[in-house]
Design a protein around this ligand. Sequence first.
Ligand code: ADP
Ligand code: MG
Length: 321
Amino acid sequence: MGEFELIRKYFAAAPCAQGGEGIALGIGDDCALLAVPPGEQLAISTDTLVAGVHFADPCDPFLLGQRSLAVAVSDLAAMGAHPLAFTLALTTPTVDADWLQRYAQGLNTMALSCGVGLVGGDTTRGPLSLTLTVFGRVPAGLALTRSGARPGDLLCVGGELGNAAGALPLVLGQRSAEASIAEPLLAHYWSPQPQLALGQALRGKATSALDISDGLLADCGHIAKASSVSLLIERQKLPLSAPLLAFLGDEGARDAALSGGDDYVLAFTLPPAELAPLLADGWPIHVIGCVAPGQGVVLLDAAGQDVTPVIHGYQHFRETL
Ligand code: ADP
Ligand code: MG
């Protein structure tokens, strides 16, 4: 099978590649064309997943298809953008029909659930890696950036933390757990649900936002830096799931929530007056701290003592910097 046959069979023919709202031209030409309404801006983000770095190889290609798109679309959620489309640059060592079929099915499932259409990409031979670029639209001036947090704002998250980090030893085969624990944790890892609706509901309300991909402490550090403020996190207030607590215990679950990556839950800052109406509308918002003058992230224990750990999240190339 040649490159063009592969593209046609597995990607151009997928239901998610048949166009949709905002897609003026999809796969098949030199460029796709997207339509952005007047007064809106295009939000763009790229993520690369490399075999052996971002996912174990081999792994289930259907799950990889879901996850590779979810982590990219999560960045649109973090900006409060409405999803439009995505491209896929696939580098693969071999043409494995079964693998491609199941990868494309996982991708398609997540694309339909997020409302993004596949509009193009690139297909090359080499070590397995996936680069997905997502496109969304957001009313001009209303995108949720990292730089607007102000002292006095509440620090909030959009759901339970640490589940994906809890799943990692299960994914890597280092530990096992009974199904009632393993299944919900693995579902968070393999099929994170980008918080698109929450991101859009926070437009004009949250003063800053991001999606937690590298761990709460590390990602809050990005908001603190971009906004020139300090973020205070109360360790006792972290929302934790019952399966995570059962698997790791209270201390372990809190550590997973603070330092583990891959949650893809939104973290954001909110003026106090905005909280009650959002909660009344049923949004899953948990207040975990506040914004203060200063810089950096401070972790406080139940007694209000500073227990900030030194190591924050995962960084590529850390050893060379
Ligand atoms: P070009 O040589 O003009 O860059 P290609 O021959 O690489 O174009 O691709 C042909 C068409 O197929 C383009 O529309 C491209 O966006 C699309 N395409 C290539 N690879 C993929 C893929 N993995 N998934 C979806 N679309 C793809
Ligand atoms: Mg071309």
